[in-house]
Design a protein around this ligand. Structure first.
Ligand code: ADP
Length: 458
């Protein structure tokens, strides 16, 4: 069993627990109130419609026998017909025909991702440096890839200080040549952390987390799920600002989200347990889980849950966050892949070990990380709740972006090496949890001081 952390404090725990409960109840109340307002609005709309239909019927009844001439009303001057005709003007769409890619000079390749090749480029006319992402157009016979359409649509709709700015879409000679022109940022957090000798300072982590969460909150408020939040998709400039990029997996999803969403989303190390267990109905909480993984990664400079495959990922999650029970996660047993799980019988010996894994994190920081990494998606905080968390108001306070250090930019200088971390899921990939999976041995092996976690496929 894990030893008691020197930060552990029962009274504080109880207080945190009580606060969490209060916040949960508050959330429940707000949800019920929202539902009530929606129903009220629907009833009012229904009544309005009924009244309109009745009024139209009444009008029909007392309509004059002779049809009124509509083309020239009594107020209209007699010579109106002779006036030059004026077109009604509507606001012009923001996006016209696409410019060509040869307005840009390519400077250097940055990275090949799952959905495109990214280069640094210069706009010839203005000299401005931008990032050019050439979209991968595999299988054009199936039409323009939906991932590309979603990426363009979601980026175009997202105007936020911490979401990368999509300037325009440009085209080349063939249908295969579609490029996104984006503002250029010097780093992504993954590469930057690989190069840094030490992790970010706590005050810097707070600033980065606030920026990230404000962008995620903005996306969620605009009904966008990002579905692939990870450090390589978070760009950073030399002014201490981060911006979320790569909307290749993003999609619009209302509340409640549509049923039967794609299950194979989010890069494995950042994928929420409900997705690993096969949930087809999911929502904003999957992005909040990824935010939790990113928080953990910022603290240690290492990805938090580096599973080798879906089963191993789940095992690492349970090892860190504890084993789900019907109390902590009601209904998890009904998820498609949960039916084949064999979990340890005594969940009391298999609780979360987050506090002992992050001994240098304050109680408030540990409570934030623990809530973001709640196995039960309903227990994870909303982005707006994270922003108000006590962790951000205790010392050390978030560092001002102006005080952030600058780092040499790999993207601005040289070609990068290929990464060893897993890629975002590809369209057509199949999830790989199937058959029976036995987790019952994993915790005993830890308690006995076993070297690793052996999962049995039974
Ligand atoms: P994919 O969708 O193909 O995975 P991304 O949009 O994630 O591609 O981009 C891959 C990498 O390219 C990022 O991790 C980052 O290093 C780099 N990159 C992407 N956009 C920019 C940008 N606007 N400025 C600088 N680098 C970028």
């Amino acid at each position: 069993m894990a030893s008691k952390s020197r930060w552990a404090d029962d009274e504080e725990d109880a207080e945190l627990e009580a606060r969490r409960k209060r916040e949960k109840e508050e959330k429940k109340r707000a949800k019920a109130e929202k539902q009530r307002k929606l129903e009220e609005a629907a009833r009012a709309a229904e009544e309005r419609k009924k009244a309109e239909v009745e009024a139209a019927a009444r009008e029909q009844d007392d309509r004059p026998a002779k049809r009124r001439k509509l083309s020239s009303t009594p107020e209209e001057p007699q010579d109106a017909k002779d006036q030059p005709r004026r077109l009604l003007r509507f606001a012009a769409p923001e996006w016209g025909p696409c410019r060509r890619v040869d307005n840009f000079e390519r400077l250097n390749h940055i990275e090949e991702g799952s959905y495109g090749w990214v280069s640094r480029a210069k706009e010839t006319a203005t000299g401005e440096i931008v990032a050019l992402k050439k979209l991968k157009m595999e299988n054009l016979n199936d039409g323009f890839p939906v991932t590309a359409l979603r990426e363009i649509q979601c980026l175009k709709e997202s105007r936020h200080r911490h979401v990368v700015d999509l300037r325009e879409v440009v085209v080349g000679d063939t249908l295969n040549d579609v490029f996104l022109v984006m503002e250029f940022l010097e780093h992504d957090l993954k590469t930057l952390q690989e190069e840094m000798p030490e992790p970010f300072l706590p005050s810097e982590i707070k600033t980065l987390m606030l920026q990230l969460t404000s962008a995620v909150g903005y996306l969620h408020d605009h009904w966008i799920l990002h579905r692939d939040l990870k450090t390589s998709n978070i760009l950073m400039n030399n002014r201490g600002e981060i911006k979320i990029a790569d909307f290749g997996m993003a999609r619009y999803a209302g509340d409640p989200p549509p049923p039967d969403l794609t299950q194979l989303v989010v890069t494995l190390w950042y994928r929420a347990p409900e997705l690993l267990l096969g949930a087809r109905e999911y929502g904003q909480a999957i992005d909040m889980w990824s935010v939790g993984c990113i928080f953990g990664e910022l603290l240690t400079k290492e990805p938090l849950l580096q599973g080798k495959n879906e089963v191993d990922e789940l095992s690492k999650i349970f090892e860190l966050c504890g084993i789900p029970t019907e109390d902590t996660w009601p209904g998890f047993r009904r998820l498609p892949n949960a039916k084949s799980l064999r979990l340890p019988r005594n969940p009391h010996t298999t609780g979360a070990v987050i506090r002992s894994k992050f001994p240098f994190l304050t109680a408030a920081g540990a409570s934030l990380l623990t809530s973001l990494l709640s196995l039960n998606p309903d227990s994870r905080p909303l982005a707006s709740e994270v922003l108000k968390h006590a962790y951000f108001s205790e010392n050390p306070r978030p560092k001002s972006t102006a005080m952030f250090p600058t780092f040499p930019s790999k993207a601005g200088q040289e070609k990068r090496r290929k990464r060893a971390s897993p890629q975002a899921p590809q369209r057509g990939d199949a999830p790989r949890i199937g058959g029976d999976v036995d987790f019952s041995g994993i915790f005993s092996s830890r308690e006995e001081g076993g070297a690793g976690f052996q999962l049995k496929l039974v």
